[in-house]
Design a protein around this ligand. Structure first.
Ligand code: ZN
Length: 562
């Protein structure tokens, strides 16, 4: 049984009575409890041992916190609590000695101070009163508590496992990406290793798209406000866009999507029915505004790169083009062994006129058509009302991340609206002009999110062809360097990503570092290797040392990459 709140109140009492802190908030959120307080003394993790001892000795004593009827007079000197009491209805408080704190929980979650408590103080950080940076800064201790040690240990193990496979931790160990507030929150910096992985993914997806007859285009990261007013993003998607940059009386926005630019690509010349389906793709850099609090590593960012595709098609071609788009997605994801968790058919909410373009007839046709496509493709799908794009319904392919989040990885969207807004036309078979339909396809989602998924699913042990550094070469001492460089040249000539570790570290440390970086092939060169003109290597995660000639290792690596 969780005992988060009970321990939180005891901790609050200890902070108040022994550390001179003024308690401003006590709450339970998710698996954790939080105690916020104002104190002149800065509490650090080093203080946790002492605080834990104080909590334990209080629990062992006969003294118990009491739950009493709320007496507002007790909080005359605590403005934080006074403010909270005005905002919340509250009948009880927790009391011991001269410590009082209101108890805001509902009746069915009664506190029980007679239980046994097993707890961990997990973290201390700075927070602002009511989460607003304009307000006073407070300290916050987070922790978790249970009534048995067995439950506590189970939770702790799960937590450690989750932390181990968190893409943020793996990304740091493998030196893939970084964030820096000086650049800006939510703006990822891809480091050399990360960029190598990204380029490999990009190349693979590029090949598959070319095979499926997509033509690549390149369009600017900015667009005028008029472009987005015409597309409707200005009216329906503005809260996700960065505000305009105004220069020379012109307004530009950082694009959140490439669709309007791609409409202009179509309009660059006259088209006929023979040109359809017209399939284009772009490795596009996009910017979307996300609130600071919702940014999570690479999973939720403000600057992202996406393989964005658009297919302009006739009405008759919709079903075959959606199938074609699905096959492209499937082939890309199969390369990375990623399977869908669920498929959603995201529909509009007729009541929400702000979020969705207002034309019921159009929605009716688009939603019916897309549902038929889902049935033809034998999708086991769930309808989600209100999850459509503002311009049309979509099929969202969902995966479940190792950390349990359900997120969209790929999407196919049917759009009758944008071609009309941009007045796209094609000469039909009868010599007249018709307006085509647009299919938006997100093939593997953004590179940022895709990498976060890959890292968590593989625990950072990427397939050899994706690994940023495939081989490390370690000289036993400096006199072996020359031979190491000879091995390096031979590997590089065969486009194998390798490097020589010529740092001053000891051999054992170098091997340990190579393991942290999960480098698949670890070569060690000493006198024996040079005398016999061969190499000794170990594979990541294995203890056996193998010996062979350089060409044999090259063949092995090349075969593995296939
Ligand atoms: Zn689009």
């Amino acid at each position: 049984m969780k005992t988060n709140l009970e321990v939180a109140y005891i901790l609050a009492y200890i902070l108040f009575s022994k550390h001179n802190a003024q308690i401003t908030n006590i709450e339970e959120k998710g698996d954790y409890f939080f105690v916020d307080f104002l104190s002149e003394k800065k509490i650090s993790k080093l203080d946790f041992v002492a605080i834990e001892k104080e909590i334990l000795s209080f629990c062992k004593s006969k003294n118990k916190l009491q739950i009493e009827k709320l007496d507002k007079k007790c909080f005359a000197t605590n403005n934080f609590v006074k403010e909270k009491l005005v905002e919340n209805s509250c009948n009880s408080m927790v009391h011991y000695d001269n410590f009082f704190f209101p108890y805001f929980q509902t009746d069915h979650e009664k506190l029980d101070f007679s239980l046994s408590f097993f707890f961990v103080l997990d973290n201390v950080s700075g927070v602002y009163w009511k989460g607003d940076a304009k307000n006073v800064q407070l300290q916050q201790i987070a922790g978790f508590a249970f009534s048995t040690t067995k439950e506590l240990e189970k939770f702790r193990t799960e937590l450690l496992e989750k932390k181990e496979i968190d893409h943020r931790k793996i990304g740091q160990e493998l030196e893939l990406f970084t964030f820096n507030d000086l650049v800006g929150k939510g703006l990822p910096i891809w480091l050399p290793n990360g960029t190598t992985i990204k380029t490999q993914i990009e190349n693979r997806v590029h090949e598959i798209l070319q095979k499926h007859d997509y033509q690549f285009v390149q369009t600017p990261v900015l667009g005028s406000d008029n472009l987005y007013k015409l597309s409707g993003h200005w009216q329906h998607y503005r809260e996700n866009m960065f505000p305009p940059i105004v220069i020379d009386e012109e307004k530009f926005v950082l694009r959140p999507m490439t669709c309007p630019h791609h409409m202009i690509v179509y309009l660059s010349k006259n088209r006929s029915y023979r040109d359809l389906p017209f399939r284009i793709a772009e490795h596009a850099i996009l910017h979307r505004y996300e609130p600071t609090g919702s940014l999570i590593g690479l999973e939720r960012v403000r600057s992202m790169q996406l393989v964005d595709t658009h297919v302009v098609t006739s009405l008759e071609q919709i079903a075959s083009e959606i199938k074609h788009c699905y096959e492209t997605i499937k082939e890309c994801l199969d390369c990375f062994h990623i399977n869908f968790y669920s498929i959603d058919l995201s529909l509009h909410d007729p009541k929400n006129k702000h979020k969705f373009f207002d034309n019921e007839k159009m929605w009716d046709l688009a939603e019916k058509t897309l549902e038929e496509c889902c049935q033809q493709l034998n999708f086991n799908f769930v309808k989600k009302i209100g999850e459509a794009a503002f311009y049309g319904p979509k099929i969202d392919f969902q995966i479940k991340t190792t950390l349990g989040h359900i997120i969209t990885i790929s999407t196919i969207q049917l759009d009758f609206l944008l071609p009309k807004k941009f007045n796209l036309l094609y000469k039909d078979k009868n010599g007249g002009f018709s307006c085509p339909i647009l299919i938006h396809g997100g093939i593997i989602g953004t590179f940022e999110r895709f990498l976060s998924i890959l890292l968590e699913q593989t625990k950072g042990i990427l397939p050899l062809w994706l690994t940023p550094q495939q081989v490390i070469i370690i000289p036993i001492n400096d006199k072996h360097l020359e031979y190491c460089n000879k091995v390096l040249s031979a590997l590089k000539e065969q486009k194998i990503r390798a490097f020589v570790d010529c740092s001053n570290e000891r051999i054992a440390k170098k091997i340990r570092n190579a393991n942290i970086k999960k480098i698949p092939y670890q070569i060690v060169i000493g006198d024996q290797e040079i005398e016999n003109d061969l190499i000794s290597y170990r594979c990541y995660g294995k203890t056996t040392v193998n010996k062979c000639k350089i060409p044999a290792l090259i063949d092995l690596i090349k075969n593995c990459c296939k």
